[in-house]
Design a protein around this ligand. Structure first.
Ligand SMILES: Cc1cc2nc3c(=O)[nH]c(=O)nc-3n(C[C@H](O)[C@H](O)[C@H](O)COP(=O)(O)OP(=O)(O)OC[C@H]3O[C@@H](n4cnc5c(N)ncnc54)[C@H](O)[C@@H]3O)c2cc1C
Length: 417
């Protein structure tokens, strides 16, 4: 692929990441997005039930997410992420009401696993050494083939962490993908595990600065512009058919398809993509959290899995939440609030609430789906793919999406990947 116009279809983080990389190299770029806004599955919006601007889902980054942080540095959103100076995770057991704080030390040498003050209560050093088995997992292994699911380190640490990272139960989740997450975070020491959140929203931190960067560098954003079809001629894509116009690709023009897997499949003949998805549920409660409440709490033995304390609301994340797809919303909100009010020490009735379910939040990070992920390069010389569902080696995450955009941008400029 050579110098010409690059048409990027999809303004989620994968498409934005590709666009940022390309415009930074003075490449000509147009980003075409179906919706009236960018961000895809990672965006802020005004939620009228709460009268607040919130995110479509609580998103957590870790300081080891190198591509995401490099992207934020490049576009100028990094200062909008907040988190503790040291890696610290508060956990709460809803059955016993026990609380503890996990504190991996910063350096590579994990001396924290020798300290009962820093590791999970009722675990021993050997339990953590055994986690190394995840790093050498085979393609077909699920997490619990590599970690003892009866162990406390699994129940009290690895299950909640990997359930969130993979968005599926670790009993079915790919050990290969779990290993990749651990390799880039916990195995690199506490400095790679600091939790980071966009306290004032994903839009202001990740999306708006990226759009500003793209436009400042001569790129164009086109919203309300769904791609309907690709046309092919021999080895190349010859045109892009949008709802209201057809764009012919000249020699040197390229296309990056950064749409969700289920859309890409309808546009690219013969494309193999993951076909199973898992839901994520977020419950938002409009109430100011007590000042002493940690910003993030991992919860075990409850429906609530992670509790996020924002300035104007408490928000709960439940991963692999398909079991709630048909559940009535109000009883669910009450159930979750009863847990949250105990954790936060707020003895009050249900405040204004909203429950947001993203049914196809991520592809199912299970071995049989992971092998369906296509490479970014396609058999057409001027078409490549981006998205958290492409073969990034990571689960469907911000980090994976941004990295996929980097790979596609390299391919579009003819670089080897
Ligand atoms: C509720 C929730 C919570 C999450 N929590 C976390 C978390 O804590 N940490 C983390 O790292 N990740 C998290 N994720 C995952 C993360 O949001 C995704 O991995 C990432 O946003 C995917 O980006 P993407 O660009 O690959 O895809 P998308 O965001 O899906 O972007 C695809 C874009 O293509 C557009 N499009 C679709 N069809 C067309 C068409 N025909 N023409 C033009 N445009 C089209 C879409 O509108 C969309 O904007 C979460 C996801 C959800 C849903």
């Amino acid at each position: 692929m050579t110098r010409g116009m690059t048409h990027i279809v999809g303004a989620g983080l994968a498409g934005l990441s590709a666009a940022v990389k390309l415009v930074a190299q003075n490449r000509r770029v147009v980003v075409h997005e179906l919706a009236r806004h960018a961000g895809g599955r990672c965006r802020s919006y005004f939620e009228s039930a709460l009268g607040l601007t919130i995110d479509n889902g609580n998103h957590l980054l870790l300081s080891g997410n190198r591509s995401a942080l490099a992207f934020l540095d490049q576009v100028g959103g990094r200062q909008l992420l907040t988190g503790p100076q040291q890696a610290e995770f508060t956990f709460f057991d809803a059955t016993s009401a026990e609380r503890w704080v996990l504190k991996p030390n910063s350096g590579l040498l994990p001396w924290w696993i020798f300290s009962s003050e820093r590791r999970v209560p009722q675990t021993g050093t050997g339990d953590y050494l055994a986690l190394g088995r995840l790093l050498f997992a085979g393609d077909r292994d699920v997490v619990t083939d590599r970690i003892d699911s009866r162990s406390n380190v699994y129940q009290r640490l690895m299950r909640p962490v990997l359930l969130a990272a993979l968005n599926c139960e670790p009993t079915e989740g790919s050990a290969r993908l779990a290993g990749a997450v651990i390799r880039e975070t916990l195995a690199r020491g506490g400095h790679a595990c600091r939790p980071l959140i966009a306290a004032n929203g994903l839009g202001p931190a990740l999306v708006d600065p990226a759009i500003a960067f793209i436009e400042r560098h001569g790129g164009a954003m086109r919203f309300d512009s769904p791609l309907r079809a690709l046309e092919f001629a021999g080895e190349r894509v010859s045109s892009l058919k949008f709802a209201d116009e057809t764009i012919d690709l000249g020699e040197g023009d390229t296309a990056i398809l950064a749409v969700p897997a289920w859309v890409a499949r309808t546009l690219v003949p013969g494309l193999t993509v993951p076909t199973e998805y898992r839901a994520i549920l977020n419950a938002h409660f409009k109430i100011a959290p007590p000042a002493s409440l940690p910003k993030i709490i991992g919860v075990i033995n409850a429906t609530t899995e992670w509790l996020f304390a924002f300035e104007n609301r408490l928000s709960v994340t439940v991963s692999a939440a398909d079991r709630f797809n048909e559940t009535e919303r109000e009883p669910l909100a009450r159930q979750i609030w009863s847990e949250v009010s105990k954790i936060a020490g707020l003895e009050i009735d249900l405040p204004p609430w909203q429950i947001v379910k993203e049914r196809r939040a991520t592809f199912a990070a299970i071995p049989s789906q992971n092998v369906l992920r296509p490479e970014a390069k396609t058999r057409w010389s001027n078409l490549c793919l981006a998205g958290d569902w492409t073969a990034t080696g990571l689960p469907a995450t911000i980090e994976g999406a941004i990295r996929s955009g980097e790979t596609a941008a390299k391919l579009a400029t003819g670089a080897r990947v």
